[in-house]
Write a new protein. Structure first.
Length: 145
């Protein structure tokens, strides 16, 4: 397992220098039904190898935390027919060398960034939390290292 983590880290560290890799990032805020409740924000950054046409990894950094959580790409489902252009990307959260949860990214390739959202499921508590793309990036500015 140490070798897997080493190669994931080595790949992620070398991605910015690789010409065929694109980076997509965004600030997400928790959708909360409770009025006045503190809102959770996180910064999501994913890497895609444009030569291989594959997502290769991602990171999540929560506001008020100095940890970056590694995400491993699992699968992508693309919509068909009336849902053409829609997609779901599945990412596994890795903490302490264990899969601790799943992030499912929902979006549209037709250019509607306001419709993007992510559902997080904790595998330890089975709690599901939904986040939507934030309209302003300032809540995540401190976590975009």
């Amino acid at each position: 397992m140490k070798n897997v983590f080493f190669w994931i880290f080595a790949l992620a560290a070398s991605l910015p220098t690789h010409a065929g890799v694109s980076v997509e990032s965004g600030c997400y805020q928790q959708i909360s039904e409770a009025v006045g409740k503190n809102t959770t924000f996180f910064f999501f950054q994913s890497y895609r190898d444009e030569e291989l046409l594959e997502d290769v990894g991602a990171f999540v950094s929560y506001k008020n935390s100095n940890k970056r959580i590694a995400l491993l790409f699992s699968d992508e489902i693309q919509g068909e027919g009336m849902n053409e252009g829609d997609y779901q990307k599945f990412w596994f959260e890795v903490i302490n060398k264990k899969v601790a949860g799943q992030y499912v990214e929902y979006g549209n390739y037709n250019g509607n960034p306001g419709g993007k959202h992510i559902k997080y499921t904790s595998f330890t508590t089975n709690r599901v939390t939904t986040f939507r793309i934030a309209t302003i990036a300032s809540p995540c500015s401190a976590v975009t290292r």
